[in-house]
Design a protein around this ligand. Structure first.
Ligand code: DQA
Length: 155
């Protein structure tokens, strides 16, 4: 069996994790999150590639580059979650199953964070578990990719 390939995208300011508002985002750094995802990927027998960008255009290009190469996407679009039609459109166009993740519980925060442009086109959203949101998001995506199709399970 060839391993499923999964792209993990981190949006703006997530390169500052560990130093950035630790009361909200915790002390875990982005390299530590990526290392944890790599370990979990080995256990799940998938291949994870992680990418961080502060630029909306670069995130759109990364999603476009994933077409035909990756099996799914785990994305924390950070502030672009609440503003970016371009990232949502790229994800929708890719037709890749996408899990949206957030370290903080965006529904317990300011009202402007409580709307996500990505949620309606994602298979699901995990929000509020700190660094574990990524870990849970990866597991959820892999389970989704491996579950029998509705047709097959109904047959
Ligand atoms: C975030 C929540 C966003 O509202 C915020 O802009 C971020 C991080 C989170 O992971 O909790 O940068 O996506």
């Amino acid at each position: 069996m060839t391993s499923e390939r999964i792209l993990v995208l981190h949006g703006p300011n997530l390169n500052l994790l560990g130093r950035r508002e630790p009361g909200i985002y915790g002390f875990t750094t982005l390299p530590e999150i990526d290392a944890m995802l790599t370990r979990e990927a080995e256990r799940l027998e998938v291949v994870v590639t992680s990418q961080q960008s502060n630029s909306e255009g670069e995130l759109v290009s990364a999603i476009q580059a994933a077409w035909g190469r990756e099996c799914g996407i785990v994305i924390n679009a950070a502030a672009y979650t609440h503003t970016s039609v371009a990232i949502r459109d790229a994800l929708a166009a890719s037709q890749l199953p996408t899990v949206e993740v957030h370290l903080s519980n965006i529904y317990r925060r300011e009202s402007f964070r409580q709307h996500s442009y990505i949620a309606p086109i994602a298979i699901g959203q995990i929000s509020g578990f700190g660094a574990d949101s990524y870990w849970l998001g990866l597991q959820a995506l892999v389970r989704h990719l491996r579950q029998p199709t509705t047709e097959a399970s109904e047959a």
